[in-house]
Design a protein around this ligand. Structure first.
Ligand code: ADP
Ligand code: ADP
Length: 228
């Protein structure tokens, strides 16, 4: 099964604003895809459907072959394990006294314990180059370091797909570079929401442009860049 399959997804907010009009999107395992588009295009609305935060519209979303069914609470729990979302502001995601506890929180919540939990936490921090700050409070780290820890909190869940909202925002050139190298080194499916076309081109061979709640383009990123 592909990592992500979205079929005919349409959604209107309770106030009647129609945000998505029949979106189809398939992302194969190990692909890295950028999700581009102007403000109000529906990018956030789409992302919030990928782990069942939003539901109730038309269409279907499956992750690793498992379909999201809002009525199935155990299924929803499994979907949330499979879809790791890194939000734009790392401070929305880090709230424990130490980095280690923040990274352990997700897997511990799933019942992972003992040596397996230690392995997950160390592995995730290692992959983002933050193992040496494991015992520090997240607030003592730089913004770029906090974003990397936020990525680790999601990697520790061993997701099927990693979804990042504006991962390059507020980073200086060195921070952008470090994060790009980390993301390129991961062996995981990535969907990256961004306005940063050069970053998309560097990281994602494929880009999808959402506009007015529909997919306006789905093409190799370098082709889109050439059309700019
Ligand atoms: P972004 O472009 O980064 O996705 P937005 O500015 O579109 O952010 O939205 C920020 C927040 O405001 C989101 O939580 C979104 O759900 C909410 N929002 C956007 N448009 C409306 C609206 N018309 N009515 C109510 N909430 C909205
Ligand atoms: P993007 O992330 O691409 O900026 P959004 O998914 O936030 O786009 O918004 C898509 C559309 O839905 C916009 O018209 C926006 O104003 C509207 N919208 C977003 N959140 C809400 C909300 N909570 N209530 C009503 N309309 C919303």
């Amino acid at each position: 099964a592909p990592s992500l399959e979205v079929r005919g997804l349409a959604y209107a907010y309770p106030d009647g604003t129609q945000a998505l009009f029949g979106v189809d999107l398939t992302i194969g395992r190990g692909e890295r895809v950028a999700l581009l588009g102007p403000n109000g295009a529906g990018k956030t609305t789409l992302v919030l459907h990928l782990n069942g935060i939003l539901a109730g519209g038309l269409g279907a979303v499956s992750v690793g072959g498992l379909r999201i069914d809002p009525g199935d609470r155990r299924g929803l729990r499994e979907i949330r394990r499979r879809v790791g979302i890194v939000f734009q502001d790392p401070d929305d995601q880090l709230f424990m006294p130490t980095v280690r506890e923040d990274v352990a929180f997700g897997p511990a919540n799933l019942g992972v314990r003992g040596a397996e939990l230690d392995r997950r936490v160390a592995g995730a921090l290692e992959r983002v180059g933050m193992l040496d700050v494991a015992d520090r409070p997240p607030q003592h780290l730089s913004f770029g370091q906090r974003r990397r820890v936020a990525v680790a909190t999601v990697l520790a869940m061993e997701p099927e797909i990693l979804v990042l909202d504006e991962p390059s925002s507020n980073l200086d050139p060195a921070g952008r570079r470090e994060l790009a190298e980390i993301l390129l080194s991961l062996d995981v499916t990535v969907l990256m929401v961004t306005h940063d076309l050069p970053y998309a081109a560097e990281l994602c061979p494929r880009s999808v442009i959402l506009s007015g709640g529909v997919i306006a383009a789905d093409a190799p990123t370098l082709e889109l860049l050439a059309e700019e």
